[in-house]
Ligand binder design. Structure first.
Ligand code: QUE
Length: 378
């Protein structure tokens, strides 16, 4: 056993190159992305980007259960509630600022990376895990993939670029996923453009062997893509994918959230009595989620309908830090992961009673444009 946060390896290819392999290594916490992991992965991606012999990157999680269950919200919770090592905790939120800045910068790096990045999205891929997968050039899902943006349950909102990518799904679907934390399977992820390939999980090793045996030509960006694509083509087998939930319910979901405001959308989802296990689980998650978060889901999707990915990340950094300063997140993490009483006492009784002034306060800019920690993105 090793206690490295991320395990790095390099697979030799038959044409003299190497595939960089990065394994998130915290299986007991479902590979939740710690600040250490994010820093190490970012540094290695920088090195691999300029290393001529590296033809592609493979990113996966250790263990059988998860690629990555999300961010390190336990560390975030500690920084909000404890004195000591996380100096500048509490309202100064120095840890939160550092954590989210590092995470979003890494996510953005993956979106704009100059070489192919394959993500093996097996098992749980949620929140911060989806942030790592969303921007990769080759997003692979399997029979066990479970993908979601579950932040409403902890008093956060879909961050990690979701303000941008949830806006690129069929109208209303992003809002529904954010409000309910609905879980997508491999078929849904392919349908919604969140995954590119389905590969049965028992073919992982064979696929890695094929990547090592592929021809990457003279290493132009196009030849690297061609090498990866030719290796993947032989393993894609969508006949093994489960049947999806979203496409079959699309008209229904769009009717539920096709309302003038978030209060009506939430009322419509909660009042729905369609007898379907997936829809019911989504209603139940929304019913106990943070009312403030429901508003933030809706508002961020409105704000970022036409902005760039970089602008979305900058705005998310602002809002995520504000969520730590005055939102519901400490209480949400306490109830779900610390005390595990599953009984969060949110700041507001329901979605209808969240005052506009409270939302405005969350959206107050924390930095001047030329001092924003992510000012250099884009
Ligand atoms: C919403 C989230 C997260 C979550 C649950 C939510 C999240 C996250 C984890 C998580 C799960 C298991 C672990 C762990 C963290 O759960 O981001 O360390 O062992 O990381 O409802 O956003």
């Amino acid at each position: 056993m090793t206690d490295l946060a991320v395990i790095f390896d390099e697979l030799s290819t038959s044409d003299g190159g190497r595939v960089g392999v990065a394994t998130l290594n915290a299986p007991k916490s479902l590979n939740a992305l710690s600040l250490d992991m994010a820093r190490q992965l970012a540094a290695k991606l920088d090195a691999w980007a300029v290393d001529r012999s590296i033809v592609a990157v493979w990113l996966e999680g250790a263990g059988e259960k998860a690629f990555c269950a999300g961010g390190d919200i336990v560390a975030l919770y500690r920084s909000m509630t404890e004195e000591g090592d996380n100096r500048g905790s509490g309202r100064d939120s120095l840890f939160a600022e550092t954590y989210f800045t590092t995470e979003y910068r890494l996510d953005y790096r993956i979106h704009t990376y100059p070489k192919p990045i394959l993500v093996w999205g097996d098992g749980i891929v949620m929140g911060g895990g989806l942030g790592l997968m969303a921007g990769a050039s080759h997003r692979i899902v399997t029979e066990t993939s479970r993908i979601a943006m579950p932040e409403i349950s902890i008093g956060l909102y879909p961050d990690i670029g979701a303000s941008w990518f949830l806006n690129r799904m069929p109208r209303g679907v992003g809002a529904y996923l954010g409000l309910t934390g609905a879980q997508l399977n491999a078929r849904d992820a392919l349908d919604l453009g969140m995954a590119d390939h389905f590969v049965p999980r028992e073919r992982r090793t064979a696929l890695l062997d094929a990547l090592a045996g592929a021809d990457y030509g003279k290493r132009s960006a196009q030849e690297l893509r061609a090498g990866v694509s030719s290796a993947l083509a032989a393993f894609e087998d969508r006949s093994h994918a489960p049947s999806g939930q979203v496409w079959s319910h699309l008209d229904h979901l769009q009717r539920l959230v096709g309302t003038a405001d978030v209060t009506q959308a939430v009322e419509a989802i909660l009042a729905d009595d369609r007898d379907d296990a997936w829809l019911r689980a989504n209603r139940e998650r929304l019913a106990v989620g943070s009312p403030l978060s429901a508003h933030l889901v809706w508002r961020m999707l409105e704000r970022h309908r036409h902005t760039s990915l970089a602008e979305a990340f900058r705005d998310e950094l602002n809002l995520s830090v504000q969520c730590c300063r005055e939102g519901d997140i400490a209480e949400g993490v306490r109830a779900l992961l610390i005390d595990k009483d599953k009984n969060p006492r949110w700041r507001h009784a329901d979605v209808a009673s969240v005052p506009e002034a409270d939302l405005q306060a969350m959206m107050v800019p924390l930095w001047r444009d030329d001092e924003h920690p992510l000012r250099d993105l884009g």
